[in-house]
Design a protein around this ligand. Structure first.
Ligand code: G3H
Ligand code: 13P
Ligand code: ZN
Length: 312
């Protein structure tokens, strides 16, 4: 199977009460860990690339790594998606370069400007058979180069979603309901709670329309502890409880973005390996267990959180 858009995937996920995992890719081991888990669990998947990933790994390398995964896993539908496209030019370059889905993130702009920028991307994308995710509301944490301070984030206003979707023609909508990017999502001592009231109000106003959640890593304590035990310092790292993500996946949420969890698994595993094998210097020796732990983490997400195992 070649790369697909998320259109059919989202329709099935919406009706089936599950969500597709959207995992960020930056190098070969991450691509392999994710796609091997998806192949073994027969799960559809979205591989997403940020502006930072393109700057780090180069567009061509990323495209070729994803093409290799498609060849290795012909049974599973795969989407190649631009994560947090900052402007029309970046989206155009990804559309021209083989992506099947792009996100235009103009969520930090005023409402009318967000609509205008998104509409322009949608017109170009749809002319080229590519689908578009847009965002309304802002998450705290780092959205590409824009660092949104806690307290400056704003929940999506449900009363705006119909106008936004009808005026832009976007294919899916990322909303802000209390998730945030990175490993420090909630203050230690507080009870993490997503705003399901905002989600349900949005889904009521957009029947049948796919909703997206960003900033949905759960920050597994196991890996935070591993990092801290082996020389790291990540006090107070807290993520979104997995049972709340499972609940969201049963609703109109069709795409759940997970990046930080994979980074924690990789970093924790490498730190542990380095500490336990101070004499080793072959990157394959520490990248192998890191890749294996990414795979197991993704498998857990597919089966226990997203509910998309067996849905390919
Ligand atoms: O939301 C952002 C993703 O986690 C990608 O992060 O810009 O560091 O590649 P990045
Ligand atoms: P996390 O930082 O919670 O993994 O969020 C990733 C994300 O939203 C990518 O767009
Ligand atoms: Zn995001």
């Amino acid at each position: 199977m070649s790369l697909v858009t998320s259109k059919e995937m989202f329709a099935k996920a919406y009706n089936g009460g599950y969500a597709i995992g959207a995992f960020n890719v930056n190098n070969m081991e991450i691509v392999q860990g994710i796609t091997e888990a998806c192949r073994e669990e027969n799960a559809p998947v979205i591989l997403q690339v940020s502006k930072g990933a393109r700057a780090y790994a180069n567009h061509t390398y990323l495209i070729k790594l994803v093409e290799a995964a498609v060849l290795e896993c012909p049974e599973i539908p795969m989407v190649l998606h631009l994560d947090h496209g900052p402007d029309f030019e970046t989206c155009k370059s990804c559309i021209d370069g083989g992506f099947t889905s792009v996100m235009i993130d103009a969520s930090s702009k005023p409402f009318a400007e967000n609509i205008a920028i998104t509409r322009r991307v949608v017109e170009y994308a749809h002319d080229h058979g590519v689908v578009v995710e847009a965002e309304l509301g802002t998450l705290s944490g780092i959205e590409d180069e824009v660092k949104v301070k806690e307290g400056h984030a704003s929940y999506t206003r449900p009363e705006e979603v119909e106008e936004f979707v009808s005026k832009t023609g976007c294919d899916s909508l990322a909303i802000a309901i209390g998730t945030s990017h990175g490993a420090y999502k909630f203050k230690p001592g507080t009870i993490p709670q997503l705003r399901f009231d905002v989600l349900h109000e949005c889904e009521k106003r957009l029947p049948g329309f796919p909703i997206v959640l960003h900033g949905s890593s759960s920050v597994p304590q196991e890996y935070v502890d591993m990092i801290n035990q082996y020389g790291g310092a990540m006090p107070g790292a807290i993520g979104v409880p997995e049972d709340q993500l499972r609940e969201a996946a049963r609703s109109a949420v069709c795409k759940i973005n997970i990046d930080s969890d994979l980074r924690l698994a990789m970093t924790g595993t490498i730190r542990k390996f380095m500490a336990e094998h101070p004499d080793k210097f072959d990157p394959r020796e520490y990248l192998k267990p890191a890749r294996a732990n990414i795979k197991e983490l993704v498998r857990h997400k597919l089966v226990d959180v997203l509910g998309c195992a067996g849905k390919a």
